[in-house]
Design a protein around this ligand. Structure first.
Ligand code: SF4
Length: 239
């Protein structure tokens, strides 16, 4: 069974291909959609994530067939590739397999500075590094993402990747506090090559999405950033 797959729907706005290395995710974000896909609650999904069965063998088999494919493979959608230092060893092995078969990869993580261990692979392959950042200050995020790296660690990882010459991107989704989202852009834009901005999709929040759309696009233009506004935000804003 293939482990590299073509995402569907909104996930396609992130990458043409993806691979999920683990069966769950320790970070336990309370807005996460992945537990529902696995027919679990957040506690079950985050309590004992494991590498998927034979995932590296299966990845290598897929890469052999797809060698040289120019589409970008995202690690990961339904789990984080840097859930802890131990777990992240598997991610390094996966990146080395993708490199061996001349694939193109990008990372999306809330693991913060743990990911730096693999920056050597990203840099020599000209692959990009992405982090989810929708808050700049640490405290407001903790109840929403109880076991992920704090926002400062994520910002530092982005900054350090940028300093190494790695192309950086930020997934600004979900947006929970619009002032924190805008502050992230103000504080980080010098180190971010590309922004993908969405909204909160699975909960109703008291947010004027049209105002946020105008504010965020205005700010991104003002700082000269490259960006993509996800369809869900455009739709909520009536664009
Ligand atoms: S890091 Fe991503 S996959 Fe993991 S719990 Fe949070 S939203 Fe879900």
């Amino acid at each position: 069974m293939q482990v590299i797959y073509e995402p569907k729907g909104a996930a396609l706005e992130y990458a043409e291909l993806a691979v999920n290395l683990y069966t769950g995710c320790k970070f336990g974000c309370i807005y996460c959609y992945a537990p529902a896909i696995a027919q679990q609650n957040v506690h079950q999904f985050s309590s004992n994530p494991q590498p998927k069965k034979n995932v590296l063998k299966r990845l290598e088999a897929d890469c052999k067939k797809m060698a040289g494919d120019k589409r970008t493979v995202l690690l990961c959608f339904t789990c984080d590739p840097y859930q802890s230092f131990e777990a992240g060893v598997l991610t390094r092995e996966a990146l080395l397999i993708l490199e061996k078969y001349k694939m193109t990869a990008t990372v999306l993580t809330k693991g913060g500075l743990i990911a730096e261990r693999d920056f050597d692979i990203l840099r020599r392959n000209n692959w990009s590094f992405g982090s989810t950042v929708h808050m700049y200050d640490n405290d407001p995020g903790r109840p929403w993402e109880p076991h992920a790296a704090n926002n400062r660690s994520r910002c530092m990882a982005i900054r350090n990747a940028h300093r190494m010459g790695i192309k950086t991107w930020v997934s600004m989704e979900p947006v929970i506090y619009t002032d924190q989202a805008l502050k992230s852009i103000e504080e980080m834009h010098c180190n971010v090559d590309f922004w993908k901005v969405g909204k909160m999709n699975h909960r109703d929040l008291d947010i004027d999405w049209r105002k946020f759309y105008d504010d965020v696009t205005g700010l991104l233009k003002k700082v000269g950033a490259e960006y993509y506004i996800k369809d869900a935000l455009s739709k909520a804003a009536g664009i």
